[in-house]
Design a protein around this ligand. Structure first.
Ligand SMILES: *[C@@H]1O[C@H](CO)[C@@H](O)[C@H](O)[C@H]1NC(C)=O
Ligand SMILES: *[C@@H]1O[C@H](CO)[C@@H](O)[C@H](O)[C@H]1NC(C)=O
Length: 371
């Protein structure tokens, strides 16, 4: 039991209700070899897709509006983040663009000094990458507690709208880095200077449960339990996590907790404390072995010098990302609560709200933005 007192303030403003589309992103099978210019063709409500999905040498650079991303390897992944500096995730959830660790994908690159510790866990069902970041270098406002981006979204169009994710690392891909499989079920919590990105393998039977995205208010600690730490860059094998919300009670029953709607007020307790699934064969790297191609990529407004990103990165082992298992963290909240049920979505997302949950320990806070 996570004890105590999660205090939530709900301030609110109202946004127009968004209807749930009949062709949600999560159902769109888009082979890597057949990516359209824009996978989302809607124009109503939240407007057209902000960027595009065909990304190539023409689109590559720090102005790219590419909305196709990858979850491949420790040295090869992307994050979605706001296109303009100093933006809250909640304000940019629909228009976030792809920032990657490798050139050649038609995207922006993650600026030097952003990645302060990264852990990749490869399980049978998914690839999970979690880390500690300087989020201001990814255009995320300092102090923003962020939220959840995923392939659902309040209207089924995804956050970002039309965001596509591919991987060459699922076991079902047979280790071939040159072929990419779509992940239709993925979640990315980003904010509070941390992230956790989980891309599930659609060919595995439990993809939906392992990448469930209806738990947008309880962050990485629950959605992607991990042991990422500042100063550590490692790749591990792991077991699949227990699906979010599923836990064993004191008397041995398997129970499922469902996140209550925001209309019922703050989440004051969750009936279980998640623990990261067992990992093995962890291999650590120096950041320069992984990300040297980012050394010359300067974040807009970054005032420090290149040396900040440097190798080594022997920081203090500060885990903001659930290592202790007792804290709510990293965008614990919800840029999007993505019910796949249209009616539920319409009801809960008519309200644009900010919830602040503060763990009693005082260590962590999380904020929910429903835009
Ligand atoms: C490169 O990407 C742009 C933007 O998506 C697209 O319009 C263009 O057709 C692409 N070029 C090639 C050669 O595929
Ligand atoms: C695939 O790429 C990763 C790094 O991105 C590398 O470690 C791995 O060896 C590659 N696999 C193959 C089969 O080349």
């Amino acid at each position: 039991m996570v004890s105590g007192l999660l205090i939530a303030l709900v301030t609110s403003s109202y946004a127009a209700a968004q209807s749930f589309v009949s062709d949600p992103l999560v159902d769109k099978i888009v082979p890597y070899t057949a990516i359209p210019y824009q996978v989302d063709q809607h124009t109503a409500d939240r407007g057209p897709q902000h960027g595009y999905n065909i990304c190539n040498s023409t689109t590559e650079g720090q102005d790219s509006l590419c909305q196709t991303g990858y979850v491949n390897h420790l040295d090869d992944f992307c994050l979605f983040a706001p296109p303009e500096p100093n933006t809250a995730i909640g304000a940019a959830e629909g228009i976030a663009v792809s920032f990657c660790t490798k050139p050649g994908r038609g995207t922006r690159l993650i600026p030097e000094g952003t990645l302060k510790g990264v852990q990749l866990v490869q399980s049978p069902g998914y690839v999970q990458i979690a880390g500690i970041i300087d989020q201001t270098r990814l255009n995320i406002a300092s102090g923003d507690f962020g939220g959840e981006l995923n392939s659902g979204g309040q209207d089924g169009r995804g956050n970002p709208i039309g965001g596509l994710i591919y991987s060459n690392a699922f076991p079902s891909n047979g280790g071939n880095n040159d072929t990419f499989q779509q992940s239709r079920r993925w979640t990315l919590f980003i904010g509070n200077d941390a992230f956790c990105f989980k891309a599930c393998d659609d060919t595995q039977p439990n993809a939906k449960a392992l990448c469930e995205h209806i738990y947008d208010r309880i962050g990485c600690t629950y959605n992607a339990p991990n042991t990422a730490q500042e100063g550590i860059f490692e790749r591990c094998s792991g077991d699949d996590m227990t699906p979010v919300g599923v836990y064993t009670s004191d008397d041995g029953q398997t129970l499922t907790w469902t996140q209550p709607p925001e209309s019922l007020g703050p989440i004051t307790s969750v009936p279980y404390t998640p623990t990261p699934a067992p990992t093995s064969d962890c291999v650590r790297y120096e950041s320069q072995e992984l990300y040297s191609q980012l050394n010359s990529v300067i974040a807009p407004g970054a005032s420090d010098t290149l040396t900040a990103s440097g190798s080594g990165a022997t920081g203090t082992a500060t885990s903001r990302n659930g290592g202790g298992g007792s804290s709510l963290t990293a965008g614990a909240a919800g840029a999007t609560s993505t019910n796949e049920n249209a009616n539920v979505a319409a009801v809960y997302h008519a309200l644009s709200a900010v919830s602040i949950i503060a763990a009693m320990s005082g260590v962590l806070f999380s904020v929910s933005f429903l835009a």
